[in-house]
Ligand binder design. Sequence first.
Ligand SMILES: *Cc1c(COP(=O)(O)O)cnc(C)c1O
Length: 399
Amino acid sequence: MNAPVSMPHVMPTYGRLPIALSHGEGAYVWDTEGRRYLDGLSGIAVNTLGHKHPKLVAALQDQVTKMIHSCNYYQVPLQEELARLLVERSGLTNAFFCNSGLEANEAALKIARKFGHDKGIHRAEVIVCERAFHGRSIATLSATGNTKIHAGFEPLVEGFVRVPFNDIAALEAAVASHPNVTAIFMETIQGEGGITPARVDYLQAARRICDDKGILLMLDEVQCGMGRTGKWFAHQWAGIQPDVMPLAKGLGSGVPIGAVVCGPKAANVLQAGNHGTTFGGNPLAMRAGVTTIEAMEEEQLLAQADHVGKHLMAALRRDLGSEKGLKEIRGQGLMIGIELDRPCGVILTRAMEAGLLLSVTADTVVRLLPPLIFTTEQADDLVAILAPIVHQFLSESVA
Ligand SMILES: *Cc1c(COP(=O)(O)O)cnc(C)c1O
């Protein structure tokens, strides 16, 4: 490997690997030294269409020559177009556009508070889950369930009630004992927390509790939404709808974008003057979102994510299933976690050295988030690189 890339003028917020990526095509990327990698991460679930997708490239080039930014003083027809595409696919009614996942979640939390104020609840509380990840702003890090992310940023924002994930009784008890609760807020599949799906019966129970109490179900689909699981939105596997759904990562195939999509209970809570954004909903990002959805449909990428995801999961189980240190392989579609019985951060480096990009989250979970254009052949290549690395790692380390 080459020497660590030095970035002396960039704040040291990340421990960076010693490569720099320069370009990509499809499911492959190349570094500045000309080495090729199979992309099993998509820039953390962002590059939905892979790299250099011809339709996206052409649309963005065209949009750049017309208009990049206009601001929200004016009508933005591409916003209406993307909002329509999102509400049609989710069954919800209205969208607000911003620039990132945490911004989408901030908007959701503002909706939960204003929803309370509108009903005379002036100290609204929101139920959140252990091991949740919702972002790095002061409010969204307070909603996050990882004390490492809180550390150094206290005082946290008040008004969060934390419950264990996938525990229906705990959810019922929390709602019953906190009369000021206005929303239940959770990821449909916990991403940073270790690729842990909310169980179908848990999601259905959360929906029922919210209906009974007249409170909002807010499902953070920033990572698991936009086709990654083989349906447009991960909660659709449970046959329910949220009232509020933050989206971001994969929505623009790499162009920064966030959105909150709301159903009728939540869509009119924020009125003129209550919320805003300078960049949010700009024509360039909207064009990226519209083109991503169009390309996903033309190329039937939902079906592909479902099919290739099942193939990948089966191949991983076949080649790793008998490893003693393997705890579980889980996920849905092209969002897969391989949980080991010990911290395994070194697997990320070894996979990179072997030409495969992936991540390790929650210390012990190898996380795969390939682009939705991934093929079964590429899935086989991924397993052929990864399985021996995991095997070697487990045979030399101790739990
Ligand atoms: C990544 C992520 C966020 C934060 O998104 P940013 O764009 O990094 O602010 C929020 N929620 C979930 C579930 C995420 O995976």
